[in-house]
Write a protein that binds this ligand. Structure first.
Ligand SMILES: [Zn+2]
Length: 414
């Protein structure tokens, strides 16, 4: 879009990024479709795709038989195998790493399951860097890494990826982003985000939230986190620590203790341990398996499990009702283990929404489970890593690790 006061060069840079974003998120698109979506004429689109093709970011092909007469419009595809990011997901019980191509294709993936306690910074960074080393070596020789992103289950300082507080891993002020960047040795900064913030972004860009400009994402793991998209943008707060929906107070007088030190937070009342305890199954399975066992038992009519889900669903509904009244979202998404909890307690959640949300505020809201499932946070980390190349494609490519057409310009990760 043309705006007064911007130079031709700025407009060109903006349009290059916008075009790349369209094919990155929308898949292969014809020049005609791009012209329509971007509101530009076809000769401008041809110039932009020419530059992106020359840089090796996209390629143009004749479409498969269109069934129509006349000269077909060339299809623009992202160069998924050549341009990629490395994405990490640090969860309490597992570490995930993936090499993700432009366009969002997962090209390679590694995962380590871990015990829940005792992982220190050095362990985590060492494991992740090892995975990155393997994946980097297996990329084709002319491929280029244009970014590194990581999702972490805690409160993250945006500038440098410092973990300020990761209660479920026992981390306080750990220099995660900086240490991981050093250990990788790619010469690229590591962008780190809170897992639920990134889950919200991923669902908004690639999941059930596509097309919604205002949505709330609730993510359950050991704890409960959240991300809120307002007007198409993540609500991050003054220091980047916003949307700690898990610590919204719902039960101040008789609440269960929370990992944050308070009592009666949403996380304490609807988290996995709350459900397992409510079902009287504390001595059996724990974690995600424990949650699934309760939901399955409720499906078979087990009275204690049904009652536990009803109770947890009531607390979840109270939290959701508050969020709908506050933010008037078009969509509320349940991700992580809250997918299972919501599926087992939807009636209770809906009845709280009916009872406690202003009629006008709930006229259009939909409640849905995550479309990306357990990969929502990893997908969000990949999107975070792509943000630089989508904002400024040619410059980001020039700074990438490994150069297209020039072999590996940087050493592999140590
Ligand atoms: Zn709390």
């Amino acid at each position: 879009m043309l705006k007064a006061g911007r130079s031709q060069e700025e407009i060109r840079q903006h349009n290059l990024g916008a075009l790349l974003r369209h094919v990155h998120l929308g898949g292969p698109l014809s020049r005609t479709e791009l012209a329509d979506r971007m509101g530009l004429n076809r000769s401008t689109i041809m110039g932009l795709t020419g530059e992106l093709t020359a840089a090796g970011l996209v390629r143009e092909e004749l479409p498969k038989d269109t069934g129509r007469a006349g000269r077909p419009s060339l299809v623009v595809r992202p160069e998924s195998d050549r341009v990629y990011v490395i994405a990490f997901d640090v969860r309490v019980d597992r570490l995930v790493a993936a090499r993700v191509g432009l366009g969002g294709t997962v090209l390679d993936r590694r995962e380590a399951i871990r015990p829940r306690a005792g992982a220190d910074l050095d362990d985590v960074v060492g494991t992740l860097a090892g995975f990155a080393r393997q994946m980097y070596r297996e990329a084709r020789p002319d491929a280029v890494c244009v970014g590194v992103g990581a999702a972490y289950c805690g409160m993250i300082r945006p500038g440098d990826g410092m973990v300020r507080f990761g209660p479920n891993m026992g981390w306080v002020d750990q220099a995660f982003g900086t240490e991981l960047g050093l250990r990788l040795g790619l010469g690229l900064p590591v962008s780190v985000g809170n897992e639920a913030h990134l889950g919200a972004l991923a669902e908004h860009e690639r999941g059930v939230g596509v097309g919604f400009q205002n949505l709330v994402y609730l993510h359950g793991d050991v704890g409960v986190g959240g991300g809120i998209i307002v007007g198409g943008k993540l609500l991050d707060g003054d220091g980047g620590y916003g949307c700690e929906l898990g610590h919204m107070m719902v039960n101040p007088y008789n609440g269960r203790p929370c990992g944050c030190g308070s009592h009666g937070c949403l996380e304490a009342e609807v988290g996995e341990q709350a459900l397992i305890d409510a079902a009287g199954r504390s001595s059996e399975l724990t974690g995600r398996d424990g949650v699934r066992a309760v939901v399955d038992a409720a499906g078979r009519g087990d009275v204690a499990a049904v009652e536990a889900l009803r109770r947890i669903g009531d607390w979840l509904g109270i939290g959701v009702a508050n969020l709908i009244n506050l933010f008037n979202p078009g969509l509320v998404i349940f991700g992580g283990m809250l997918r299972e909890v919501y599926q087992g307690s939807a009636a209770q959640v809906h009845s709280r929404v009916e009872a406690n949300v202003l009629v006008i505020s709930r006229e259009r809201v939909r409640l849905r489970t995550s479309a990306l499932g357990d990969d929502a946070t990893l997908t969000g980390a990949a999107e975070l890593a792509f943000s630089e190349v989508l904002a400024n494609p040619l410059e980001a490519l020039a700074h990438g690790a490994g150069r297209i057409g020039a072999g590996r310009a940087h050493p592999a990760p140590r």
